[in-house]
Design a protein around this ligand. Structure first.
Ligand SMILES: Cc1cc2nc3c(=O)[nH]c(=O)nc-3n(C[C@H](O)[C@H](O)[C@H](O)COP(=O)(O)OP(=O)(O)OC[C@H]3O[C@@H](n4cnc5c(N)ncnc54)[C@H](O)[C@@H]3O)c2cc1C
Length: 541
């Protein structure tokens, strides 16, 4: 089956970074050797980013390896406590192909490797640290307990560097009033930083079991014969690579080609396959490198990441500032889709920012305006719903299966949670690789659909259809009634409304059920109140 081809990504110059060479070993202890400076790593061999412990080393120069890590690796290390493949070997001898090396791809790869698969990850872009277009910390991802649970299950320690610790969010409203919410226990990454950290962790924990291939794009899938064709960047002359697999994992993001191919497959089989993709209706541009003293007393002098959210009278228009380890701030400026077309010169941005936001430091406005006028807008997220997250020998997870807009900060967190569910399916299938996809679908589909529903309902805030928008009223009823009930009957209702516990691992389907239940209860209580008042007025009681 043919799939639409992505445009060839711009290639950043790839640094030669091999002073340590790792031989490819299958189910045996890996051997680490030093290589001559400047030599390249053998084809397909993974380059470790830390020294694995608990493995045997022959001809291994520890000093050289540590120097390499210190000097070459700009990303946090000291992450994994166990570097030897752990877990079972249920799927020993099976090959898993993962399409996409985003947060979901690397996390899924680790679960697969832990269950015994030989895993190959294929990514159409360069490795994040070599990708010039994807550096910077303007677009951040906060890992909350829901996403952290997958890493905990894998035994992966979160970065210990203080700068990754989330201090919390400072909300600046349209009138300039601020509200501080402390968020202890969360970890803040840049989007590419999270992807790179997971790649580094996967390589370190499963050397020889997980290999990464960059600048290769999935182009064609034969689901019946379990074969996938990848094109390598470099124009028409570059060779295609055909790869066989036992399990294919589509983690290729919101515009997933694996999903597109699955839709074609199910269509040819005469089975309905629905994919809904909604746009968030917002676009954003990024700026970087601004300095200023904007922290509230709660965060002043503390090391950690803070997020400042400046809102305006129009819910689509917002400005964020995120603290970086070097003391600068970077962030995004968002508008309703199409809004950037009316802004041309830096002066246009300055005028809009002055009119819309209170509290953005005055000297930031001209500097940010300069950068914003020169930047290209990106869409601020899409929402995806698929009727099946599987096909023969194939699972779909992460944004490819259930992307959401950034409104609740659930995208990457739900992607990692899906990897945890994949792990449950792997265990449940007890080594029967063909049973995994349907099992995974059965365990995850309802929650993925509930997540879509929550995101869609939350979007009523942006649409502002008015006070009688049923989506808005349902969420409002749940939050207000739930807060009251949790105060007066916590032993029956629980500690907080489920929606306010979104960060925990509470299943999305339970949250949508709680929203629907409380909305109904609110209607019943309202009707009872009206009936009571009418009866009182008519002196019936
Ligand atoms: C502005 C914005 C803010 C966000 N903020 C948050 C937040 O605060 N918290 C949160 O949890 N989430 C947030 N998200 C969402 C989050 O970024 C995604 O949910 C997350 O990155 C999904 O991970 P993934 O691995 O499924 O997909 P991706 O990160 O999209 O990774 C997919 C990978 O597949 C590769 N690929 C695509 N096609 C192919 C192909 N054919 N062959 C090979 N490789 C391919 C891509 O290059 C990419 O590297 C935000 C998103 C946006 C847009």
């Amino acid at each position: 089956m043919r799939m639409a081809q992505h445009p060839t990504p711009q290639l950043a110059p790839v640094r030669q970074r091999a002073s340590v060479c790792f031989t490819r070993a299958r189910r045996t202890l890996p051997i680490v050797k030093t290589a001559a400076p400047g030599s390249t790593v053998g084809a397909g061999a993974p380059v470790p980013d830390s020294v694995p412990s608990g493995v045997s080393f022959e001809g291994y120069d520890k000093g050289a390896a540590e120097r390499y890590l210190r000097e070459e690796n700009p990303y946090p290390r000291a992450l994994a406590s166990v570097d030897e493949p752990d877990g079972g070997a249920l799927y020993a001898g099976k090959r898993a192909v993962v399409v996409g090396a985003g947060p979901a791809g690397s996390t899924a790869a680790m679960f697969l490797a832990r269950q015994g698969f030989q895993v190959e990850v294929y990514e159409r872009r360069p490795e994040p640290k070599h990708d010039a277009v994807d550096t910077g910390r303007a677009y951040i991802i906060i890992l909350i307990p829901r996403g952290q649970a997958a890493l905990k299950e894998l035994g992966v320690k979160l970065p210990e560097d203080e700068h990754f610790r989330t201090l919390g969010t400072v909300s600046h409203n349209a009138k300039g009033k601020t509200r501080v919410s402390k968020e202890e226990g969360n970890v803040t990454f840049s989007r590419s930083g999270l992807a790179q950290w997971l790649i580094d962790t996967a390589r370190r924990r499963y050397p020889g079991r997980i290999t990464y291939n960059f600048n290769v794009t999935a182009e064609e899938i034969d689901f019946k014969d379990k074969k996938i064709r990848f094109g390598t960047s470099g124009g028409m002359m570059s060779p295609a690579r055909h790869v066989s697999y036992d399990l294919l994992v589509g983690t290729d993001g919101v515009a997933s080609q694996v999903r597109g191919a699955l839709a074609g497959y199910w269509g040819r089989e005469g089975q309905a396959y629905n994919v809904e993709v909604d746009d968030s209706g917002r676009e954003y541009k990024v700026y970087m490198g601004l300095k200023g003293n904007i922290e509230p007393p709660e965060f002043a002098g503390k090391t950690g990441a803070s997020l400042h959210l400046y809102t305006s009278d129009d819910p689509f228009t917002s400005f964020t500032a995120h603290s970086n380890p070097d003391g600068t701030y970077s962030g995004t400026f968002s508008l309703q889709t199409g809004g950037f077309k009316d802004l041309h010169a830096p002066a246009d941005y300055e005028a809009l920012m002055k009119a819309k936001f209170k509290g953005v430091p005055e000297d930031w406005i001209p500097a940010a305006a300069q950068q914003l006028a020169a930047a290209t807008p990106s869409p601020a997220g899409k929402r995806v719903r698929v009727s099946r997250m599987w096909g023969p020998g194939t699972v779909l997870l992460g944004d490819a299966a259930h992307a959401v807009t950034p409104v609740f900060g659930q995208g990457a967190n739900s992607a990692l949670e899906s990897c945890l569910v994949l792990n449950q399916a792997l265990a449940g299938a007890k080594g029967d690789v063909d049973a995994v996809p349907q099992l995974f679908n059965g365990l995850r589909l309802e929650d993925a659909h509930s997540l879509y529903e929550l995101d869609r309902k939350a979007y009523s805030f942006f649409r502002r259809k008015g006070p009688f928008d049923p989506d808005f009223l349902q969420l409002l009823a749940h939050v207000i009634l739930g807060t009251i009930l949790s105060k007066i009957v916590p032993f029956i209702y629980g500690s907080r409304p489920a929606l306010l516990r979104l960060g925990s691992g509470i299943p999305y389907s339970q949250i949508t059920a709680a929203v629907a239940r409380d909305a109904k209860l609110a209607v019943v209580l309202l009707l009872a109140l009206v009936a009571f008042t009418a009866a009182k007025l008519l002196k019936l009681i």
